[in-house]
Design a protein around this ligand. Sequence first.
Ligand SMILES: NC(=O)c1ccc[n+]([C@@H]2O[C@H](COP(=O)([O-])OP(=O)(O)OC[C@H]3O[C@@H](n4cnc5c(N)ncnc54)[C@H](O)[C@@H]3O)[C@@H](O)[C@H]2O)c1
Length: 255
Amino acid sequence: MELTGKVAVVTGGNSGIGKAIVLALAAKGATIVIDWVADEQATEALEDQVRALGDQVIGVEADVSKVTDLERLVASAVTAFGRVDVMVNNAGIETRTSVLDTTEAQYDRVLAINLKSAFFGTQLAARQMIAQGGGGRIINVTSVHEDWPMPGNTAYCVSKGGMRMLTRTAGVELAAHGILVVGVGPGAVATPINASTLGDPAALAKLNAAIPLGRMAQPEEIGSVVAFLASDAASYLAATTIFADGGLMQSSPGL
Ligand SMILES: NC(=O)c1ccc[n+]([C@@H]2O[C@H](COP(=O)([O-])OP(=O)(O)OC[C@H]3O[C@@H](n4cnc5c(N)ncnc54)[C@H](O)[C@@H]3O)[C@@H](O)[C@H]2O)c1
């Protein structure tokens, strides 16, 4: 299979888009390291699903907002499987607060979990990839909001905008090492992060109507993009973002 022998680390890998990424990479034969902070049972159930696909897997409890935890995450992958070939910086949160009412604690938490984690996840994975040789892939799960304002979710947009420049700058810096850094920018995806919209039929209908494809994405539709980006088929993509948004960014400014 395409990713047989490759070791992939997925942060926030036991839920939503991360879980779909884990399963899409495992379906292509990758060995999987699932980073998680909440819901050990969900992690164990996902590990069973990966093993059922015939792949090796470990779960590592690590808070990606702490660099020491990220160091332990990458070290655990190397201890268990000898290398890291694919690093997916996926973990993320949002506060849905405006620039006027976001607290310092909310700002720090969103920026630490979404952006600082991706910066140091990129750094630590790249150091390992350079040490082992042979290049690698670093895939940052950003958002349409790396580029597109979302009033009322300001810290989130700041974090995703930072991931946009992390992807571009690290992508340029690391290309010489054969490390391809690419972003995936989902639009609206049916995951727990959107629980409030999914539970509000009027809000959901309004959102679906604004999306040219007429519906939110399923997490698997993002997982498949990440699996493509991890494969040889994506060998000439670097320092850019692939948007998987059903056409949303081109049609609904200010949603
Ligand atoms: N769902 C969407 O519409 C959408 C759209 C664009 C981008 N995204 C991005 O996709 C990524 C995944 O989100 P999702 O929709 O699957 O939501 P989700 O809530 O299902 O998953 C988020 C994951 O991150 C983990 N996480 C949170 N804090 C963490 C920490 N400190 N350390 C490690 N893991 C932590 C959670 O436990 C969970 O596993 C996020 O970066 C999000 O911004 C989501």
